[in-house]
Write a protein that binds this ligand. Sequence first.
Ligand SMILES: *[C@@H]1O[C@H](CO)[C@@H](O)[C@H](O)[C@H]1NC(C)=O
Ligand SMILES: *[C@@H]1O[C@H](CO)[C@@H](O)[C@H](O)[C@H]1NC(C)=O
Ligand SMILES: *[C@@H]1O[C@H](CO)[C@@H](O)[C@H](O)[C@H]1NC(C)=O
Ligand SMILES: *[C@@H]1O[C@H](CO)[C@@H](O)[C@H](O)[C@H]1NC(C)=O
Length: 295
Amino acid sequence: MKILLAFVIAVIIPSISSLLQCGEKNSGVFDNSNFYPWYKVCVDITKSETYFTYHTLKPNTGGLSTYKRPNWKTKLYENVGTSYNMKLQFENYEKLGLPYINGTDSIYFVHFHLVPAGDFDTKADRDSTFYVENCVPGFQKINNGNWLYIEDKVKSSAVHKTEVITGQFGQLVLMSTSGQNVSLTLESDRVIQKKVRYDHIKVPEFFYKIVRDTVTKEGYVIITSNNPFMTEFSGPKMCKEDNCAVPEKLKDFSKGYTYCCNFSEFAKNMKKNFKLDFTGIIDVNNTIDAKIVPV
Ligand SMILES: *[C@@H]1O[C@H](CO)[C@@H](O)[C@H](O)[C@H]1NC(C)=O
Ligand SMILES: *[C@@H]1O[C@H](CO)[C@@H](O)[C@H](O)[C@H]1NC(C)=O
Ligand SMILES: *[C@@H]1O[C@H](CO)[C@@H](O)[C@H](O)[C@H]1NC(C)=O
Ligand SMILES: *[C@@H]1O[C@H](CO)[C@@H](O)[C@H](O)[C@H]1NC(C)=O
């Protein structure tokens, strides 16, 4: 074992895999098209749910001095645009007895990038990350908190071409003011008028990144909670031993409690808990697509 990254202990990740299953019991669709030149998504279109994304990161890239973010676009999902509307969120959560999701202290849901715009260097490439298929609902407090730190560290620590899978698991449950457990979704405004499918977007309980150096074959898994109200760890633990070496800030519950896993243990637990198979990680030649497409 050696420290690959400033804050994670990396281990060899069993290479060259055949399988990276897309969705529970292969229910997802792995988007292989050339719509997105630099990344791929594993999605369930009927649920407007993205399981994970895959991209590669090149080291030592400069970045843009200024960058103006575009509006979010949609390619595969229907009608998720309105779901992130803040006013709609607050009205909806108030009705559900969650009035504390009201925008105060960055407590509201944003488009939580899976492939970070900042991992790419040109405006066009960055703009291509602003598809709703490349995001899931995450609290702004966490997006701007530990997740931002992690994205920066993953990028700045890459010394070779690096493969990154970014995904989510679980569904966030919060307690209402009357003590009920509420499973969180985002709802589009269509739902309020008329129940239609595609409109209930699951809010994940956790996010993760699997990061693997294509030369050393070493990698690690980082897991961040989407629950800023946690006061002690709850939810499925994907490994026994926390491999995050430093720093303590990653343990701040309000900014997204973070821990790091041994890949094989994480893979085993993903399969056990969520029927998601990570028997290995991506092919060294970056050709996962051919093997995954389940449909
Ligand atoms: C929002 O929720 C917080 C936490 O419950 C509360 O302190 C604050 O007064 C609320 N703000 C508004 C505008 O309702
Ligand atoms: C809410 O969920 C927690 C954790 O699963 C459980 O311990 C608690 O009993 C639940 N509360 C209610 C009111 O269902
Ligand atoms: C990963 O965890 C498993 C199960 O705890 C253990 O057997 C294995 O040695 C660990 N691998 C590394 C490289 O640390
Ligand atoms: C990767 O590419 C090299 C060179 O083309 C080839 O020899 C090797 O078999 C490939 N590996 C896999 C797993 O496809």
